[in-house]
Design a binder for this molecule. Sequence first.
Ligand code: GLU
Length: 439
Amino acid sequence: MTVTRFAPSPTGYIHVGNLRTALMNFLIARKAGGEFILRIDDTDPERSKEKYVDGIKEDLEWLGLTWDRVERQSERLDRYAEAAGKLREMGRFYEVFETPVELDLKRKKQLNMKKPPVYDRAGLALSEAEKDALRAERGGYWRFKLDHERIEWDDLIGGHTSIDAASVSDPVLIRADGQVLYTIASVVDDTEMGVTHVVRGADHVTNTATQIQIMQALGGAVPQFAHHSLLTGPQGEALSKRLGTLALRDLREQGIEPMALLSQMARLGSSDPIELRRDMAELIDGFDISHFGTAPTKFDVADLTPLTAKYLHGFDYADMAEAIFDVGVPADKAEAFWNVVRENIDTRADLAGWWELMRLGAEPQIDAEDADFVKEAMALLPDTPHDGETWGTWTAAVKDATGRKGRGLFMPLRKALTGMQHGPDMSQLLPLLQVIKAK
Ligand code: GLU
């Protein structure tokens, strides 16, 4: 069975970058009728927060990215300790003592000498006496000893990938305080949970190389990997600093529709065009991981606004009725209301604004040169109730009386009645509109 997982660390809210990872994993599982696990990577007790766990779930629920079960790494620490014990017995662990400052210095020296900044395995050369002394002084932590060979896999996005293990530092798996790190925890989970496909950002490619060796050492099945390119801004600029402002909850707040966002994210960076999808089944159907490329993917948050509008304009009255009742439109006017405003909303929040205009009327907008004309026209406006014919018969009468026609006739009337230059078809709007007669 196909099993995928989305594995956020609960150290912040999900943004568009993580969403891409979540969505691809979700779609692969759903397309195959498999399982999608939400895995909370909360091994870091200081940085992990419960409010982010809740926030992540809320955001995924808003999008309809339902998971089959939740796993929490903090509840699986004994599993990681066991795996670490195994690796230690196999002689794949060694203790090291360098401080971050010392490591940084080593890296700088290597770079000066035009050598790759790979950990030099100095820990391996320490005698037991030296280790005892260092342990007492500062405490040691543990690295996994990579086999220096090529690590290869067929990436579902990147194609055949080959990394020379000698060009990668032996990964740290256990900290000095005993805390297990993501690299081993993730391997244990992926192996024990039967994960078949791991989709994540291209920033994880080196992790993948080391994780494949750890999986093999532990005798686990190696899943298929796909590394999607990272998102950039519209000009190709790094998005990392702006991701904080592209949290899903902010987009939700701005009225972006889930299906608009999902439609964009399921195609952005692939050879397939972005097409608006109306439901999850269509989205799943139109998704193919092999169509994605490795080039950085340009993302423009502004594209979500027209996509949201297009999505909303496609609603039938019946599907929008609840939202229309919610803003207070009475049942007998609700369908007519939808027909009037349908093409004139960008987000659901605009429904309330249109209803307010109809219910209360607009502050008339009358240019000085139109003042007399509008006054004359208003005197000719039939009493309510207005119907679909009213606008036509009224403007014909105004035309006869004033000699005005075309834009000079219609625009001042629209502005006087709605306070705006643009908006719905006036003959449809007028029957619903509270008319404030200009004085
Ligand atoms: N918690 C890791 C992250 O958010 C998970 C990466 C992975 O998918 O393995 O980067």
